[in-house]
Design a protein around this ligand. Sequence first.
Ligand code: GLA
Length: 402
Amino acid sequence: MKMIREHHLRDLHWLPLPPGSFHGCLLLALCIGTALCACGADDHGLALTPPMGWNSWNRFRLNISDAVVRKQAGAMVKSGMKAAGYEYVVIDGGWEGYHDAQGLFRPNKLKFPDMKELCDYIHSLGLKVGIHTTPGPVTCSGREGSYGYEEEDARTFARWGIDLVKYDWCSGETAYKPTEITAAYEKMHQALLRAGRPILYSLCEYGLDDVWKWGASVGGHMWRTTDDISDEYWNVTYIGFEQNGLEKYAGPGHWNDPDMLEIGNGGMTDEEYRTQMSLWCILAAPLFAGNDLENMNAATLGILTNPEVISIDQDPAGIQGHRVWQEGPREVWMKPLKDGSKAVGLFNRLEYPLMITVNWRELGLRAPGTVRDLWARKDLGTFTTGFTGSVAAHGVVLINVK
Ligand code: GLA
């Protein structure tokens, strides 16, 4: 992006502007403004749709190593996850060693003997690599963080070939005042820019200080809006349904992140996992699988890779959906899509099946709507005033309405 911006500015030298001319100044201001807006804030054109990948934390916690990450990366390709759009392999907490006398961040060498080689391997599979660190002196697990080493660490990550940095507040409050959170994130943003490699910047500070209001201004391509997710229906729905109202802060290049997927980790039914996937796609959330990709069953793979469901999340208009109707445990959410159609989720939060109706007027539609069931991948017909679906316990019916 920086390059494009410089090109724009260089081109301006050729504009025949009479010195001091009001119109000339106006034109110059307009051109610079357009160049800056079109480029976004140093976003490198990354994350134009919500980022997709796999992250080690939900399933493996600190039990990660070069071997584990290689196997998961390989499984991402073999299973069809890569073909479905999953791209980043994120090494979360647990890789860290220490900063050496030169200030270089060394991985735990028993677990990650050669980080550059691991990155090369992941790149050779056509995938990208992410890594976790923290603005504070120690990570949430008490390992070394990046405080005081931001410049060195950004350069080290770039040298290894890292494509995504998850910057996780953790012990941030021991190093920064409560008013300095933004500054702490801007510091690493600047360091990453200086390191010169396009790196997706993933902010993780659990929504402190309404991060959605300033995350993009410090170069964030995504920012966690909540505390950590867990593999339980109550937690996933608490987090997911709480996202309503944040939709105005998301868009191409910068996304609200309600945390990673728990699909396939064993704590929920497949119906409940379909609920997480559906809700995350309506929310235009980043999709980071958090399960063991080497050992997943067909149902899990099916939930993670249904192309019609993923295309809701990845719709190029990049509009985050919102709740359009709720009555007790029945919720109707809607995401407008680029082709003018709408993705609609009928969610049942009760432990037994319910009928749920969406009336077209709630979607702002006046004409009859043609409905397709996205999980079943089946056309259901044309309906005059609305659609009623039978929704399983803790389940969802996800439809496209044209
Ligand atoms: C925090 C983050 C998690 C994970 C862990 C690692 O809790 O929110 O997503 O990165 O740290 O320690």
